[in-house]
Design a protein around this ligand. Structure first.
Ligand code: BG6
Length: 507
C-alpha cells in the first residue's frame, strides 16, 4: 500500500500517544496461524487501528499463512469481518481497502516444502514490487509444537538481506527445560535481539503507566520501599472461564497461563529499581534482578483452586470439570494465590500477595500499594474509625486509572476522619480511547524496540519459580472444586492473608 504522501505521526491527530515516534522501515509482516483466533480478534484489528492512524510503514505487506484452505480474496473477506467485529474504531471503507490491498494468503501445512517455496517466492515478489528491502517480521501465532519446524524453515532461507524479527506468542515453553530448549532452537537461526517474546500485558497502557507513575514523579520514589509500604497486592481476576480452550488450559492451568508471565511481569514493574534510561536492556536488566530476588514460597504460602458451578454476573455457569474436553477428575488449577518476597534491600520482609483466577466475581486487574499506618494519631480513637491505611491503587483494567486512598475530615463540628479517594481516570484525563496492547507491540517490533518484550533470561527466571511451586504441588491433592464460580476464590486464600493479620482488598 502506498502511504508515502500521508501525514507524519506528528501531524496526525489520531496518532495520540505515539507522537514523535519514527516511522518503521518498509517491511512484510508474515503471520503464521493467520486463520486463528488471535489473528481475528487481536492482530488484524490492531493492524487496522495502526492503518487508520497512519502508523504503518509507508511501504508494507501482510502475508497470512495457515492450514485452512483459501486464497487472497477469501482471506481479505474473512479479515474484513474480523475487523468489523473486533476493531476499537468505526469501520472505514477507504482505510480497509488500502490495507486489504496489502494482504495476501498462503494456505499450507507448516512442514510442507511446497508451501515453504510458495511463501518464499511470494515474499521475494513483494520485496521487488513494493521495495520492502527484504525486511521481515515473522509472527508465530501457532501452537508451540510447530514453532520448531517453522523456525528451521525460516532460518535456513535467511539470505542476509534486510532485517528479520521473530514474534513468539506465549506460552514460551512449559517449564524451564523446555523454555531453554526453545531459546536454543531459536538461537540456531536468530540472535536474541531478533526474538520478540510477547507478554501482551506489557503492551497495556496502564502497565506502561506504572513506569511513568514511578519514574516521572518525584514524590513516589522516596516512599517506594519497605520503610513506608506495608505490603503489595496484585490481582488478575477474570470473570470468563476457559472459553473452549481446554486443550491448552488443561496442561497450563492458572500458574502457567497467567502467573508465569502476566502476573510476574506486573510484580517486576512494581518492584524494579529505576532504570538509567528507557532502552530495552536497561529496563529488562532491572526487571530480571527482581525476578532473581524472588524466593520460592513455602507450600503454606501458595493456594490453588478450581471453580465449581456458580453464578457469574447473574448467569449460571458450569464447573471447570464440566467444561467441554476437561477431564471429569481434572486437577488443573483455575486459581492461584501466593505470598511472595523480593529479597533485596528495598523490599526485604515486605510481602507481595498475588492472586489470579478464572470465573471470579468480575474482571479486574489491579496493583494495590498499601502503605503503613500513620505512626501516631493525635485525634480521639473514635475519630478515625472509618479510616483505612493509605493505598495507591493502579487500575490496570477496566476503569483504567490510578487512585489514592487518603484520610479526610468529614464536614461537621466534630473531628471524624474517613477514607476518601483521589482519582485519575484515563477516560477523563485524556479524550481518547485506549490503544490495544497488540497495536503497541506490533508497531514496536517493526521499529525494532524490544523494551516491552520478555528477554530470554527473564523467561527462565519466571519458569524457575513456577517449576518450584509446581514441584511442591505434586505432594498433595487438594479437594477440587474448592470455590464457586462468581466468588473471589477459595476460603484458604483468605486464610493466607488473615494469618498475617491482613485481608484482600474489598471490592
Ligand atoms: C491470556 C491468557 O494470556 O490472557 C488468557 O491466555 C487470559 O487465559 C488473557 O484470558 C487475559 O488477557 P486480558 O488482556 O483480557 O486481561
Amino acid at each position: 500500500m502506498a502511504l508515502a504522501e500521508q501525514p507524519a505521526a506528528q501531524e496526525n491527530p489520531l496518532a495520540e500517544g505515539l507522537l514523535l515516534r519514527r516511522s518503521p522501515d518498509p517491511c512484510t509482516l508474515v503471520i503464521f496461524g493467520a486463520s486463528g483466533d488471535l489473528a481475528h480478534k487481536k492482530l488484524m484489528p490492531a493492524l487496522y487501528a495502526l492503518a487508520l492512524r497512519r502508523l504503518l510503514p509507508p511501504r508494507f505487506a501482510i502475508v497470512g499463512v495457515a492450514r485452512t484452505e483459501g486464497d487472497d480474496d477469501a482471506y481479505r473477506a474473512d479479515m474484513r469481518s474480523a475487523v468489523q467485529q473486533h476493531a476499537r474504531d468505526p469501520f472505514r471503507e477507504d482505510v480497509w481497502e488500502e490495507l486489504a490491498a496489502s494482504l495476501h494468503y498462503v494456505p499450507t501445512e507448516f512442514d510442507n516444502a511446497g508451501g515453504e517455496d510458495r511463501l518464499h517466492d511470494l515474499l521475494g515478489r513483494l520485496d521487488e514490487e513494493r521495495g520492502l528491502g527484504g525486511n521481515r517480521v515473522f509472527y508465530l501465532a501457532v501452537p508451540p509444537p510447530v514453532f520448531s519446524t517453522i523456525v528451521e524453515a525460516l532460518g535456513k532461507r535467511r539470505d542476509g538481506r534486510g532485517w528479520t524479527r521473530l514474534i513468539v506468542e506465549k506460552p514460551f515453553g512449559h517449564d524451564l527445560e523446555s523454555a531453554r530448549a526453545l531459546t536454543a532452537r531459536l538461537c540456531e537461526y536468530f540472535a536474541e535481539e531478533e526474538i520478540f517474546r510477547i507478554d501482551h500485558y506489557l503492551g497495556k497502557e496502564t502497565v506502561q503507566n506504572m513506569l511513568a507513575l514511578r519514574f516521572s514523579n518525584g514524590i513516589f520514589e522516596p516512599i517506594w520501599n519497605r520503610q513506608f509500604i506495608d505490603h503489595v497486592q496484585i490481582t488478575v481476576a477474570e470473570s470468563i472461564g476457559i472459553e473452549g480452550r481446554a486443550g491448552y488450559y488443561e496442561n497450563a492451568g492458572a500458574i502457567r497461563d497467567i502467573f508465569q508471565n502476566h502476573l510476574l511481569q506486573l510484580l517486576a514493574l512494581t518492584a524494579m529499581e529505576p532504570p538509567i534510561d528507557f532502552t530495552p536492556e536497561s529496563v529488562r536488566n532491572e526487571k530480571v534482578k527482581v525476578l532473581r530476588a524472588l524466593h520460592t514460597p513455602s507450600p503454606r504460602s501458595v493456594v490453588r483452586g478450581q471453580y465449581g458451578r456458580g453464578f457469574v454476573e447473574g448467569v449460571e455457569v458450569s464447573a471447570y470439570r464440566e467444561e467441554a474436553h476437561v477431564a471429569a477428575d481434572s486437577m488443573t488449577e483455575t486459581y492461584v494465590a501466593a505470598k511472595l518476597y523480593v529479597d533485596n534491600w528495598r523490599w526485604a520482609d515486605t510481602p507481595f500477595y498475588v492472586r489470579m483466577g478464572k470465573r471470579l466475581a468480575r474482571r479486574e486487574t489491579t496493583i494495590a500499594i498499601q502503605f503503613k499506618r500513620a505512626p501516631h494519631s493525635p485525634f480521639e480513637e473514635t475519630a478515625a474509625e472509618g479510616l483505612r491505611p493509605n493505598v495507591l491503587l493502579v487500575h490496570v483494567q477496566p476503569d483504567e486509572g490510578v487512585s489514592l486512598a487518603i484520610g479526610a475530615k468529614v464536614p461537621g463540628q466534630g473531628m471524624a476522619i474517613r477514607t476518601v479517594h483521589m482519582d485519575f481516570l484515563y477516560g477523563g484525563a485524556f479524550r481518547t480511547s485506549m490503544p490495544e496492547a497488540y497495536e503497541r507491540l506490533v508497531l514496536d517490533t517493526m521499529l525494532g524496540d524490544s523494551t516491552l518484550f520478555t528477554r530470554g533470561d527473564e523467561v527462565e527466571e519466571q519458569w524457575l519459580l513456577v517449576d518450584a511451586i509446581v514441584a511442591a504441588w505434586q505432594r498433595d491433592r487438594p479437594g477440587f472444586p474448592n470455590y464457586a464460580a462468581g466468588t473471589w476464590g477459595p476460603p484458604s486464600a483468605d486464610d493466607l492473608m488473615h494469618r498475617d493479620g491482613r485481608s484482600w482488598r474489598r471490592h
